[in-house]
Design a protein around this ligand. Structure first.
Ligand SMILES: Nc1ncnc2c1ncn2[C@@H]1O[C@H](COP(=O)(O)OP(=O)(O)OP(=O)(O)O)[C@@H](O)[C@H]1O
Length: 206
């Protein structure tokens, strides 16, 4: 058997941001979870802590799982432009703040799984850290619908809502191809993970 050669990457002195965009259920989290299991990415990436108006669950810690804030606090932050993206889901608000992002960037690279509006607002913010914008595409529309249904995590109503959003998002992706540094078609998972890992390595050692 051939020995496996692993190149360990040096912790970066200039942390960078990787942004993932793609329709729901295209496999964004599957891709980055697979990539981050590889030893060369151990401790290389951090995730920013989101704000939410949802009440903490019994095992959740403020500042670690989420920044738990009231509706009023959230609204004030939103008005002040503190969030690179924010949304309301099942009555609760969720947001990714520029401050939380900068906090992680003090020591680590950051991977952000954003919707395209979040990606646009991040690019507009012209942060000093280097950014890589990656668009994940499904091999076909049918394959994407099958993944969404097979995942089994949404009600039929939620699936229909996500499909509508996916149509709008795909419009944006098709008409703004230049926005992204690279597109990965998540057809065969192994090849997509390989492609993604190669990209990450090339980007974070720059
Ligand atoms: N290449 C692939 N081939 C087949 N199934 C896949 C592939 N990649 C991911 N999947 C499956 O598709 C489903 C959706 O993947 P995942 O949850 O990672 O998507 P996502 O883009 O992170 O979704 P969301 O944006 O809704 O959180 C999962 O059940 C996953 O196992």
């Amino acid at each position: 058997m051939q020995p496996t050669i692993v190149t360990y990457l040096k912790p970066s002195s200039s942390p960078k941001i990787v942004v993932l965009n793609g329709v729901t259920a295209v496999g964004k989290s599957t891709l980055f979870k697979n990539a981050f299991q590889r030893p060369q990415f151990k401790d290389m990436f951090g995730f920013s802590v989101s704000h939410t108006t949802r009440k903490p669950r019994f095992n959740e810690v403020d500042g670690i799982d989420y920044h738990f804030v009231s509706e009023e606090e959230f609204e004030e932050l939103a008005q002040a432009g503190a969030f690179l993206e924010h949304t309301r889901n099942h009555g609760n608000r969720y947001g990714t703040s520029f401050k939380a992002l900068e906090e992680v960037l003090k020591t680590k690279n950051v991977l952000l799984d954003l919707d395209y509006k979040g990606a646009v607002s991040l690019k507009q913010a012209q942060l000093k850290q280097k950014q890589l914008y990656v668009l994940i595409r499904p091999p076909t529309w049918e394959a994407f619908i099958e993944r969404l249904r097979k995942r089994g995590t949404e009600t039929e109503e939620e699936i229909q809502r996500r499909l509508q959003t996916a149509v709008q998002e795909t419009d944006f992706f098709d008409s703004n191809r230049g926005f992204y540094d690279v597109e990965i078609v998540n057809h065969m998972l192994d090849s997509a993970v390989e492609h993604f890992c190669g990209l990450l390595e090339g980007f974070i050692v720059q």
